[in-house]
Design a protein around this ligand. Structure first.
Ligand SMILES: [Zn+2]
Length: 269
C-alpha cells in the first residue's frame, strides 16, 4: 500500500510542470505586407521569410517542423522530465499570428523560456552561421517610449548558450561554429528595433515575464546554397533537425538547472 502511494506521488510530481517553455515557430500563413523591396513574393507573415536556395523549402514550414521536433525532444528527454518541463507552441498549423499575440502566449502560460524559431536569409546567398537575438538593455526610441530591459545580460547569456550548442552540434554536417553570433535587437543609431524582432520587445515589456528568458533564434541562412546542401539535403535533413532539437534541449535544461531567476519584477519603463 505504501509503495503504491509512493508510485502515485511520484507520478503526480512528474506530471506537475515546474517550468514552461513557449516555442514560437516563426511566420505562418500568408504575407500580410509587402517586402521591403516593394514586391510581394514568398509566403508567410514577414518580409524576411526565407526560401531555401535548394529543395524549395519555405522558412515558415521549416520553423514549424523544427519547433515540433524541439517540443518532442523536450517531451521525451529524461532530463527535461525530471525538471518538469511543459512545452507550449504558439502555432501548430500554417496560420498567421501577430507578434503581439505570440508574445502574449508567454504571459498567459507564465513562460520560463520564450524562444522564437526562424531561418535566415541575407539576400545574397553567401552568409552562414547560427544567430540569436535578445532584447537589448536600452531602447531610446521603442514605439515612442524609452524602453529598458533590465534582464538583457541574462537573455544574452541564454542566447550564447543556444548558438554555441547548435553550431557545435551541426559542425559535424558542415556548420562553422566561428560564424555563430549573438546580437541585441537595438540598432546603434538611436535604438530603433531591427525589423522582425518586435516579438522580443513585446514579450520583454510585460513585467510579469521577469522570470522568462526571451530570445529569437535564426538557425541558419537557408538562402545560401552551401548551407542548404548540408542542412536540408534528403540524407541530412532529419539528422540536422534532430541534432538541433537535442542541442536546444541541452541548452534549455542547462539554463533551468543553473539559473536563478529574479524574484522581484523590476520597473522596465
Ligand atoms: Zn524569420
Amino acid at each position: 500500500m505504501r509503495s503504491l502511494l509512493l508510485i502515485l506521488l511520484l507520478n503526480l510530481t512528474q506530471a506537475r510542470a515546474e517550468f514552461t517553455v513557449v516555442i514560437d515557430p516563426g511566420h505562418g500563413g500568408k504575407s500580410e505586407k509587402h517586402h521591403s523591396d516593394g514586391s510581394q513574393k514568398g509566403d508567410g507573415s514577414s518580409w524576411n521569410n526565407a526560401t531555401a536556395a535548394t529543395y524549395g523549402y519555405l522558412e515558415k514550414d521549416l520553423c514549424l517542423n523544427y519547433s515540433k521536433e524541439l517540443a518532442w525532444a523536450l517531451h521525451s528527454s529524461e532530463r527535461a522530465k525530471k525538471l518538469g518541463i511543459r512545452t507550449i507552441l504558439t502555432r501548430k498549423t500554417d496560420k498567421h499570428i501577430s507578434a503581439m499575440t505570440r508574445s502574449a502566449f508567454a504571459v498567459e502560460y507564465g513562460a520560463d523560456i520564450f524562444i522564437s524559431i526562424h531561418f535566415n536569409a541575407s539576400g545574397k546567398g553567401k552568409a552562414s552561421g547560427t544567430r540569436a537575438y535578445y532584447c537589448s538593455a536600452d531602447h531610446p526610441e521603442w514605439e515612442y517610449v524609452h524602453f529598458v530591459n533590465p534582464y538583457a545580460d541574462r537573455d544574452r547569456a541564454f542566447a550564447e548558450r543556444v548558438v554555441k550548442n547548435i553550431s557545435g552540434s551541426l559542425e559535424l554536417y558542415g556548420a562553422k561554429p566561428e560564424l555563430a553570433k549573438v546580437f541585441g535587437d537595438s540598432r546603434h543609431d538611436g535604438g530603433h528595433l531591427k525589423d522582425g524582432l518586435r516579438v522580443l520587445g513585446y514579450a520583454r515589456q510585460d513585467s510579469h515575464l521577469h522570470k522568462a528568458v526571451i530570445i529569437l533564434l535564426e538557425i541558419e541562412f537557408i538562402d545560401n546554397p552551401e548551407v542548404a546542401a548540408w542542412l536540408l539535403s534528403p540524407e541530412n535533413r532529419n539528422h540536422t533537425r534532430k541534432a538541433t532539437a537535442a542541442a536546444l534541449t541541452t541548452a534549455i535544461c542547462d539554463h533551468l538547472e543553473t539559473d536563478t531567476p529574479p524574484t522581484e519584477p523590476r520597473k522596465t519603463r
